[in-house]
Design a protein around this ligand. Sequence first.
Ligand SMILES: Nc1ncnc2c1ncn2[C@@H]1O[C@H](COP(=O)(O)OP(=O)(O)OP(=O)(O)O)[C@@H](O)[C@H]1O
Ligand SMILES: Nc1ncnc2c1ncn2[C@@H]1O[C@H](COP(=O)(O)OP(=O)(O)OP(=O)(O)O)[C@@H](O)[C@H]1O
Ligand SMILES: [Mg+2]
Ligand SMILES: [Mg+2]
Lengths: 251, 251
Amino acid sequence: MIISVANQKGGVGKTTTAINLSAALAHKGNKTLLVDMDPQANATISFLRPESGYRNIYEALVPHGCPIREIIQKTQTDNLHLAPASIALAKLEATLAGELEAHFCLKDTLSKVKKDFDYIVIDTPPTLGILTVNAMVASTHVLVPIQSSYFALEGTDDLVETIDKVKKRVNPNLQILGVLLTIYDGRTILSRDIHQQILQVFGAKLFKTIIHKNVRLEEAPAYKEDIFSFAPSSRGALEYYQLTEEVLSRV
Amino acid sequence: MIISVANQKGGVGKTTTAINLSAALAHKGNKTLLVDMDPQANATISFLRPESGYRNIYEALVPHGCPIREIIQKTQTDNLHLAPASIALAKLEATLAGELEAHFCLKDTLSKVKKDFDYIVIDTPPTLGILTVNAMVASTHVLVPIQSSYFALEGTDDLVETIDKVKKRVNPNLQILGVLLTIYDGRTILSRDIHQQILQVFGAKLFKTIIHKNVRLEEAPAYKEDIFSFAPSSRGALEYYQLTEEVLSRV
Ligand SMILES: Nc1ncnc2c1ncn2[C@@H]1O[C@H](COP(=O)(O)OP(=O)(O)OP(=O)(O)O)[C@@H](O)[C@H]1O
Ligand SMILES: Nc1ncnc2c1ncn2[C@@H]1O[C@H](COP(=O)(O)OP(=O)(O)OP(=O)(O)O)[C@@H](O)[C@H]1O
Ligand SMILES: [Mg+2]
Ligand SMILES: [Mg+2]
């Protein structure tokens, strides 16, 4: 099972969800790979220190690149491995422009290690460009984090359209695993209003689990930890654990 | 004066700042143009209804495109005009790939209307690709909104590096107008800690004005209003007004 965490709207909790979902899957004993496809490398800096000198996924994605096995790192979380990103990924669009195979390079690269992992989770950047399309082409499912805000609701059409295009042209098995409300603050009327509208648009696709705003989730990456080792009894840890149970019940 | 509002980190308040800074400049009697260079078109949907059938900036940016005058719309805010965006902008990178002039098309397009406006403010997408570089090439200043969070701090090197490259290669006059703390919640230790670190990195470039988290700022776009007409005595309105005074004092 390969899950892309995607939404072109910025700052909606894609990286926070990718980190903590993959960590929860690992804590449950599943061999899990977290792939960072965002040039900002936020998922990468949540586990690795820059001075530890690691190679990154760009080197494995370019034509005649190195084998992905050579870039995969262990993290301090048991069963969780990481394919790090770097700013070099931002060049991929220009490097591959016009190539027929441009959208398949992640799928081809991951095919060499797919059977070594029970789950693969891919973090994506806040655009619908070549990096996110590569992630969707390589995936079986897409998980869409969404903030309960006006701009977030308006942007979902473009995202669903992109998923439909990928499904129609290159990856017929791609499904929307679910839509997840994140950074939720139920105290404002606006967030409750938008929540209702999201429920009308996505219906049963909307996860029952809601990830509320919780400062522990913001702090954990600064200590290079996932939420389960940083603050195991926090609301953030309980809700991401609940999400993982819901994800497992849907597959 | 042409100001790009840029930061590749997603969801840090770029659009909210572009809308309310340009609105404040307009309320003060300056003829102002807000240019939306983000394919998500969040700034555009904050003023225009989709059914009003407007043309967008992509049509003016492609080779032999239409004159920008034909796409500029009046908004309901006096003195504030808007050059709308659309999802079509996402194609610009592919349309212009490899063209020598690729990074200059916004600068060339704006040169035709520049003298009609006192201020031009450009909203950018959460990437450092061709759309954001076009905005920086066309600008005299860059305003950098930043959230007081761990990921935000880590991402500033890449942004500053991009600004330096643009300055060195194509636009020697480009300056960082300032760095603005946004969506600020002073109650958490993390945000106060990161605030201190941002102060150390940016020093006097950091605006004294801080934009605190304020739900009125989130609500205003849903009513197609800027903060000054939607909630004139809210903390959000006062702080964006204060920011505008600081911006004017710096030029
Ligand atoms: N549930 C939460 N409670 C509090 N803070 C959160 C929560 N989820 C995410 N955050 C914080 O909000 C910010 C945005 O989250 P994150 O970086 O995960 O979003 P993203 O969608 O990956 O952003 P980008 O579009 O830049 O990739 C980060 O500072 C993160 O620490
Ligand atoms: N000061 C604030 N207080 C409360 N909410 C805010 C504030 N500033 C922005 N927001 C909200 O936070 C979200 C992110 O802000 P915004 O969309 O302006 O960021 P952005 O940097 O333009 O995002 P993107 O990277 O997707 O372009 C929006 O829902 C917006 O309404
Ligand atoms: Mg992210
Ligand atoms: Mg924006």
